[in-house]
Design a protein around this ligand. Structure first.
Ligand code: GDP
Ligand code: MG
Length: 598
């Protein structure tokens, strides 16, 4: 197929605006799938994605389209993940494209991630085709949304496509506009090879499957390839495209989007954003924009049953093969024993990994509250990074503690400006800017500590705005803060896994709250358990968990065996997520209780 008839594009949208539904319609209309094969939301493959209705792994599908000009076109539809944790992956998959369909819900209008995605598309110089979707809805307001697209995004919306992905309206026009508006890929097939890795996943039999887009030159099966960032070399064993089922090819050339395998044993050796070239005729410069991803949020993962430690290590090793942004190292906690300190791109990434460990590997976990990375300047001038609150040095050795801030963008209807600003202030935010999108909606910008976002910022935002707020953020740098470490003592002993970092102004209140909360969460033991919150040597709050009055089993009077067994089973159930710490049993929720403070 001719390079001038290739079109590489992506669909970008705020969550729920209809990206997956539209992708399905496009697959259907180009007959990529027979009706029988057509499963709804084909591109969201993993179970977890389906259940959560989000897209984690991006995909690339090759489609054939015969246009009204009589020519055959090859489309590559590249799917992007929709969540802020995966911004870099979105950016890399957009870098594989020349254009993007910008889907905006006709009733909702522009939301925070619409804008964030548009910026990424503009960064990558993409041609943007606005599509106003869900025009079938009674609440659709096409004129208002057009105006918003022009005012907020600054692109012409006169010729925006009016569509209903649900009813199949506007799909033909979309396909024609992809042909007419999006340029063909420009590279030269005779130049030294440059192929962008925009995603990769691990297959136990074939090793890493790298999703690539060839930007210059070509690659053949048997070629020696070199990863330009990691400098590792491999021999290509397999090339192919997704139609959407994988189809093997001998060669991929400029404009082609597909997959490559080369017995690569670790996704870390073929990082997203890296450039593949040929070992014997390498390109001078890699493609631009490569970025090594660093975790933003850390937490401890400990097996409930200490015997599962090795299984947990294996699970993490396996998941790491799949996900080069997951990081972990062994951690020993006095309270929880042997486990791992793990780094994640964000909270969603963290939840996904935890859930996969429990589901796919059947290991019960105790997870400690997530923490950001603090920068600590010591009195001797050294600067250290602290990603585990229990490792915070003693106050007398600290000159300054700095914490990461994010620039947060919140879009809300007028009525909620007050509550949103109140939440941002309460979360130690600094006001930056406020803009009216139209007469009804406002864009509010604040700089907020990442640790406050990690806590329950988004939940509060949703509940205070009845779900109308949309939210996006990006890391904006480190700033000094007056932070202290709070220790929690149970039965007189410091429980390292419960330590957390808090702003001094809130320390007293939080200490009291958490002591009360733990009193409720930790079940009564055979003896009285004092709960204390302390900063350094100073106890700032204290409660007591009263001793249990009677043993549950004594109620059975020894007679009714089946009842006794049921009770024992029930106790075991309840114990599942409990961890014996010294003489005290602590449930999983206790380790997360710090997240639900206000
Ligand atoms: P995504 O999160 O952007 O991938 O959005 P989905 O494609 O999953 O769609 C979100 C919801 O909107 C689903 O319940 C869809 O059925 C619905 N939806 C998608 N397109 C349309 C449309 O054109 N009209 C209506 N009424 N609903 C739609
Ligand atoms: Mg989707």
């Amino acid at each position: 197929n001719k390079q001038k008839n290739v079109r590489n594009f992506s669909i970008i949208a705020h969550i729920d605006h209809g990206k997956s539904t539209l992708a399905d319609r496009i697959l259907e209309d180009t007959k990529a799938l027979t009706q029988r094969e057509m499963k709804e939301q084909f591109l969201d493959a993993m179970d977890l994605e389906r259940e959560r209705g989000i897209t984690i792994k991006l995909n690339a599908v090759q489609l054939r389209y015969q246009a009204n000009d009589g020519e055959d076109y090859t489309f590559h539809l590249i799917d992007t993940p929709g969540h802020v944790d995966f911004t870099y992956e979105v950016s890399r998959s957009l870098a594989a494209c020349e254009g993007a369909l910008l889907v905006v819900d006709a009733a909702q209008g522009i939301e925070a991630q619409t804008l964030a995605n548009v910026y990424l598309a503009l960064d990558n110089d993409l041609e943007i085709i606005p599509v106003i979707n869900k025009i079938d809805l009674p609440s659709a307001d096409v004129d208002r949304v057009k105006q918003e697209i022009e005012d907020v995004i600054g692109i012409d919306a006169d010729d925006a496509i009016l569509a209903s992905a649900k009813d199949g309206v506007g799909i033909d026009e979309i396909l024609e506009r992809i042909v007419s508006d999006i340029p063909a890929p420009e590279g030269d097939p005779e130049e030294p090879t440059k192929a962008l890795i925009f995603d990769s996943l691990y297959d136990p039999y074939r090793g890493v499957i790298a999703y690539i887009c060839v930007k210059e030159g070509s690659i053949k099966v048997g070629d020696q390839i070199k990863m330009m960032q990691t400098e590792k070399t491999f021999e290509v064993t397999e090339l192919g495209v997704f139609k959407p089922n994988p189809v093997a090819k001998d060669e991929l050339t400029v404009g082609d989007v597909g997959f490559l395998t080369a017995s690569i044993k670790n996704v870390g050796d073929s990082r997203v954003g890296d450039t593949i070239t040929l070992a014997n005729n390498p390109a001078d410069e890699p493609l631009s924009g490569y970025k090594r991803l660093n975790p933003m949020v850390y937490c401890g993962l400990f097996p409930v049953d200490a015997d599962d430690y090795n299984d947990l290590r294996e699970a993490l090793e396996r998941l790491e093969l799949n996900d080069s942004s997951l990081q972990y190292e062994p951690e020993t906690s006095q309270a929880l024993g042997f486990g791992f300190r793990c780094g994640f791109l964000g909270l969603l990434h963290m939840e996904i990994i935890q859930e996969r460990i429990e589901r796919e590997f059947n290991i019960e976990l105790i997870t400690t509250a997530p923490s950001v990375i603090y920068e600590v300047e010591l009195t001797d001038g050294d600067v250290i990074n602290i990603e585990n609150p229990s490792l915070m040095p003693e106050a007398k050795n600290i000159k300054e503690v700095r914490e990461p801030f994010v620039r947060a963008t919140v879009m809300v209807p007028n009525d909620f400006v007050g509550p949103v600003m109140e939440i941002c202030q309460k979360k130690r935010g600094n006001y930056v800017d406020m803009q009216y999108l139209d007469e009804n909606r406002v864009n509010i910008v604040y700089d907020i500590p990442l640790s406050e976002i990690v806590y329950d910022f988004f939940d509060q935002l949703k509940s205070q705005t009845k779900g109308y707020a949309s939210f996006d953020y990006e890391l904006s740098g480190y700033q000094p803060s007056n932070l202290v470490k709070m220790d929690i003592l149970l039965n007189g002993e410091t429980i390292d896994a419960l330590s957390f970092i808090v702003h001094r102004d809130f320390a007293f209140h939080r200490g009291k709250q958490i002591a009360e909360k733990l009193k409720k969460l930790i079940p009564r033991q055979q003896f009285e358990v004092p709960v204390q919150a302390a900063i350094g040597n100073k106890i700032i709050a204290r409660t007591t968990i009263k001793a249990m009055r009677k043993n549950v089993l004594s109620k059975c009077y020894g007679g009714d065996v089946s009842r006794k067994r049921k009770l024992l089973e029930k106790q075991k159930e309840g114990k599942k997520r409990m961890k014996m710490v010294g003489k005290v049993e602590i449930p999983q929720e206790a380790f997360m209780s710090v997240l639900e403070m206000d």
